[in-house]
Design a protein around this ligand. Sequence first.
Ligand code: DAK
Length: 260
Amino acid sequence: MAYNNIIFEVEDSVATIMFNRPKALNAMNSETMGEFMDAIKRCGDDDGIKAVIVTGGGEKAFVAGADIAEMQDLEPSEALKFMERGHETYRALELLPKPSIAAVRGFALGGGTEIAMSCDIRFAADNARFGQPEILLGLTPGWGGTQRLPRLIGIGRALELLMSGGQIDAQRAYEIGLVNKVVPADQLMDETKKFAKKLAGMPAFAIKMIKHAVNFGQELPLDHANRLEMECCAQCFSTHDQKEGMKAFLEKRKANFIGR
Ligand code: DAK
């Protein structure tokens, strides 16, 4: 699939999906959503890709939310369809069996914050701004904001942001656990790529099992979740990387992981 609104690159086993509609501050329209889903599928299907970065092109924005011009005249049934596509896409990103990092520069509002929250880890430039301004448009969030935000930062802080539509800067986002790290804007991509490369070199099956246990264990009663963890961990004992990791430790050398 050729992309009009996304730049897709792979370097050193790390894929970068960059939104590229800078004139509209990378607002998410339905064409971009289709391209985003295609890029996520490529990341899942290509065994050579070991980690994924999601970022925004241009100086000002990661993604400034859903495309308001496209949304304004939707009928409820069309709105529901657009929401379903968004949820399906963001969930596919969240459940990729590979690590994903959002590299956020500038505005990540509404659907932008929701994409960042669907990544495993968030790195923010010091000029990043987050928020769920849907309330100011007479809406609730439509792509997971009411669900992922309270899970990440707690119900009280989430409701404050969701009901006020206010924005927070990168430092505040770090303080409340919305982002993992804040870096100077001109170092954002280098820092993110460095960390993505590190994760790309980790035992791939164990990474997949960690994501599975975390994503599917959260909603289970603790005993069931612990059982899920045990099953995920036990399966790692069928891999080369488990044998190599333990052998290397005992031989006091660096492990040579091969991703199986
Ligand atoms: N949609 C469309 N165009 C946008 C846009 C957006 N979300 N955000 C910015 N733009 C466009 C502006 O219209 C402007 O276009 P021109 O006038 O140059 O043609 C250009 O990008 C530059 O924007 P500004 O001139 O406004 O730039 P400023 O630096 O002055 O302001 C800003 C930056 C980010 C503070 C401001 O642009 C802004 O407030 N943007 C809107 C933020 C926002 O409210 N985003 C939407 C969040 S709500 C659902 C599915 C999903 C959702 C809900 C329902 N269903 C399917 C029902 C999710 C909703 C959201 O994401």
